[in-house]
Design a protein around this ligand. Structure first.
Ligand code: GZL
Length: 325
């Protein structure tokens, strides 16, 4: 952790220096995406002497996030930034922050709470992410002549109840319904490589065939690939000839990009973790008396090394398929 970013529990907040003190409740460190997200926040604020950033790692537990927010309130921070692990269960503690007149900025996943309990939200459209990856699959299957009746999908879901899981799962389900694809099983891999490997190994023993695995983040894809290869299978685009296609989200780590380049992951829906500059702009605007947008969505791309599909369309908007570099 960088020198200016300390943990909530042991930080004596020194407001005498006139710094803007930010209490940041982070989900945890469950994935490469999450680590990049935390780094974006620390690099943005730790390098600026006008700010003091206090980070609390909740280890993916909502109760820890609620405790951290209450600690921030006691410390009388100037802003609370919350990356919520799941959508529900925030009304009470956000009400306490409102009572204390501390603005709350929600980042990444959403909260299912009255809009007057938080200042604004910035993050991704997870449903759109899911639809884009599934439209890529549809275009790819059309190009190679795969019928809907030949597609057998399993969904390795993210943390149940998180916006990313809810949105990406719905994007899969709605698109599969639209095209008549079969989803044979869904189970949470908790956004981790180890859990995804365990879930995929169980699914391989239970379902046959499986020719598409929809992983709701890259770390799950790494675990899925380990499980498939350990069972003697191979991953890739040649689903007509017995390979299992792996789809994924994030596109942050070098490993994910390498797997995308060599075709172990066939298509990656970008999920951009660089929220530090976005949060700083929001705070600077608030400090200048400028009200932020209530909801700010981040534009994101679709990546694949395959040139079979050049572009896809979702809700009448066309997205080019980007090379992975
Ligand atoms: C998405 C974020 C998800 C990532 C996972 O914005 O909430 O949580 O896709 C991370 O890698 O664990």
């Amino acid at each position: 952790m960088t020198p200016d970013a300390s943990s909530a529990a042991d930080s004596e907040v020194d407001t005498s220096k006139g710094k803007i003190v930010i209490g940041f409740s982070q989900v945890g460190a469950e994935s490469d995406w999450r680590k990049a997200h935390t780094l974006s926040m620390t690099e943005t604020f730790a390098g600026d002497s006008r700010y003091e950033l206090i980070i609390d790692d909740a280890q993916q537990k909502q109760s820890n996030q609620i405790t951290a927010i209450r600690t921030f309130i006691q410390q009388e921070v100037d802003y609370i930034v919350l990356a919520p692990v799941t959508e529900s269960g925030w009304d009470t503690v956000l009400g306490e922050a409102k009572e204390a007149n501390i603005p709350v900025i929600i980042v990444d996943r959403k909260v299912d709470a009255p809009q007057d309990l938080f200042t604004c939200w910035v993050g991704s459209d997870f449903y759109l992410e899911g639809c884009k990856v599934m439209e890529w699959l549809k275009s790819y299957c059309d190009a190679i002549g795969m019928e809907a009746s030949d597609i057998y999908i399993v969904d390795i879901q993210g943390t149940y109840g998180s916006s990313a899981q809810l949105g990406r799962t719905k994007g899969l389900v709605d698109t599969a319904d639209k095209y008549g694809w079969t989803i044979k099983a869904s189970e949470s891999g908790e956004y981790t490589q180890a859990k995804a490997r365990e879930v995929m190994a169980k699914m391989l023993r239970t379902y046959d065939p499986i020719n598409v695995v929809y992983c709701e983040n890259d770390n799950e894809a790494f675990g899925v690939i380990e499980a498939i290869e350990s069972a003697g299978g191979t991953v890739g685009n040649s689903i007509k000839y017995g390979q299992t296609m792996v789809l994924s989200f994030d596109g942050v780590s070098d490993q994910a990009k390498e797997y995308g380049r060599i075709g172990k992951i066939s298509c990656i829906g970008e999920c951009n973790p660089l929220h530090g500059p976005r949060v700083k702009r929001i705070i600077e605007n608030i400090e200048a008396g400028i009200e932020p947008e209530k909801y700010e969505y981040v534009d994101e791309a679709v990546f694949s090394a395959s040139t079979t599909v050049s572009h896809i369309t979702v809700d009448h908007r066309t997205y080019m398929i980007n090379e992975i570099n």
